[in-house]
Design a protein. Structure first.
Length: 318
């Protein structure tokens, strides 16, 4: 049983991790910029501490008894236009967290990075690469968890939620126009097809948020250094696209070096930050956990939840 200060407590991973820690008997203190919002989201057993990782001392006025800090808070933005905010939260926030541990004689820091930090292809990966270096050379007792692409139910559904939302939005607009043309010209209705830049045989390393949360809660005690939380048997890009396409009622194909249609250009532009993950640049990543299933049923269940959530949001805004 430990007294744990948790950053990123109301986020995608934080809300999945907290019940695991409480079940172990840990005392969880959640750092939150908006205490009222956090109180409405988190279990009643969690103690809320007002603070902000981008501020010196984490913006904490009076620190209670804390034995460990678990630093989950991060901005997962891949585009260059969000670079300043990404580095402010991911790098400066980590630096402030390390200083907080030193100032309050907290010897253990658990940090959640990413399996893609060494790639350094976008502001997110670069900021996490630099932040991970700060953690590992901090002189503290550290555990660095390196998850791959986290997916699952939550406020944003992770990266998969963004990809599915983009595909659904672009396809809907293009399909309305295409159907109007087919009906006007009395053409037979054809199955819509959308090609996406990617290598069909490449693997998309998806890992459920529940799997990540359980692994962190289980492995943090008694561990040191880097722990890779990746999928030992990830699905191929071709399969993931096909499974998503079945729900969207569109044939999604991963293809390399092709001449894009107007709609495909829009998709490629909208998902440009995600395309490296579809091209097989992340093969053969190590894993510290046993195989688990992320097959067709899992992916399609998530896609249905994503679409249902977006539909509810649209209706509530009308």
């Amino acid at each position: 049983m430990s007294n744990i200060l948790l950053t990123g407590s109301t986020g995608f991973l934080g809300t999945a991790l907290i019940p695991k820690l409480l079940a172990k008997g840990d005392r969880v203190l959640a750092l939150a910029r908006n205490p009222e919002k956090a109180k409405a989201i988190l279990p009643a057993e969690v103690e809320i501490i007002e603070g902000d990782i981008t501020k010196p001392g984490l913006g904490v006025k009076k620190a209670p008894n804390i034995e460990q800090v678990w630093h989950l808070a991060a901005v997962v933005q891949l585009s260059q236009r969000d670079k300043e905010e990404t580095f402010k939260v991911n790098l400066m926030g980590t630096k402030n967290t390390i200083e907080f541990c030193r100032d309050h004689n907290i010897s253990k820091l658990v940090y959640v990075g990413t399996a893609y930090a060494d790639k350094r292809r976008n502001p997110y990966e670069e900021s996490k690469f630099q932040a991970e270096g700060l953690v590992l050379h901090s002189g503290l007792q550290t555990v660095v968890f390196k998850p791959s692409i986290i997916v699952g139910k939550g406020s944003s559904f992770g990266t998969l939620g963004t990809v599915v939302t983009i595909l659904a939005r672009v396809h809907r607009r293009a399909e309305l126009l295409r159907r109007e043309i087919e009906i006007a010209l009395r053409l037979p209705l054809l199955e819509p097809t959308l090609r996406i830049d990617g290598q069909p045989a490449a693997h998309l390393n998806l890992i459920p948020v529940g799997q990540v949360a359980s692994s962190i809660a289980r492995l943090a005690d008694g561990s040191n250094g880097a722990i890779w939380l990746t999928n030992p048997r990830p699905p191929t890009v071709a399969n993931v696209f096909a499974w998503i396409g079945e729900i969207l009622l569109i044939r999604l194909i991963a293809r390399e070096d092709f001449s894009h249609s107007l709609t495909e250009e829009v998709v490629a532009s909208s998902m440009s930050a995600f395309l490296p993950y579809f091209r097989g640049e992340d093969e053969n990543m190590p894993s510290s956990i046993l195989p688990f299933r992320t097959g067709k049923a899992f992916i399609q269940r998530l896609v249905r939840c994503i679409l249902s959530d977006k539909l509810k949001s649209m209706r509530s805004s009308q």
